[in-house]
Design a protein around this ligand. Structure first.
Ligand code: IDP
Ligand code: MG
Length: 154
């Protein structure tokens, strides 16, 4: 894979769906120039969420987090592009929306850490693990966006 094909796992949480801001958030990734590779709309099982957040299992907020993530449907996605993981995190803002700058997704669209509307992988390794957890290989779609030459110089 070339640098332009780095992939990140982004998931819109149940509050993003319920608040009707799914389109607004997806718009930002599209407008940036990232390529949508996979997307689902689903209820996440407790088992899947516990695997996804396994590294946080000992934290006091863990039971509340698992409950929150099952309150409604989520939108797991894979986005591809140059530095997609790092830039994706910059676009999200900080974990706590109150510490997130204006212009970021969390800085613009939410208020509390426990309702922070979106997940994004924190490293390339984590992204690989998360993509494998949420998607089967055949669900990742291979195509060339028509705008490619207008987004990348080379
Ligand atoms: P991240 O989503 O910015 O990567 P993590 O530390 O990986 O942040 O935490 C995962 C998720 O757990 C957060 O996005 C948030 O939904 C929830 N969370 C983290 N810390 C707290 C907290 O102190 N109270 C409530 N929920 C929290
Ligand atoms: Mg995290």
């Amino acid at each position: 894979m070339s640098a332009n094909t780095e992939r990140t796992f982004i998931m819109l949480k149940p509050d993003a769906v319920q608040r009707g801001i799914v389109g607004e958030i997806i718009r930002r990734f599209e407008a940036k120039g990232f390529k949508l590779v996979a997307m689902k709309f689903m209820m996440a099982s407790e088992d899947l969420l516990k695997k996804h957040y396994a590294d946080l299992a000992a934290r006091p907020f863990f039971p509340g987090l698992i409950k929150y993530m099952q309150m409604g449907p989520v939108v797991p996605m894979v986005w591809e592009g140059l530095n997609a993981v790092k830039t994706g995190r910059v676009m999200l803002g900080e974990t706590n929306p109150a510490e997130s700058k204006p212009g970021t997704i969390r800085g613009d669209l939410c208020i509390q850490t426990g309702r922070n509307i979106i997940h994004g992988s924190d490293s390339v390794e984590t992204a690989k693990r998360e993509i494998d957890l949420w998607f089967r290989p055949e669900e990742l779609v291979d195509y060339k966006p028509s705008q490619y030459e207008w987004v990348y110089e080379n």
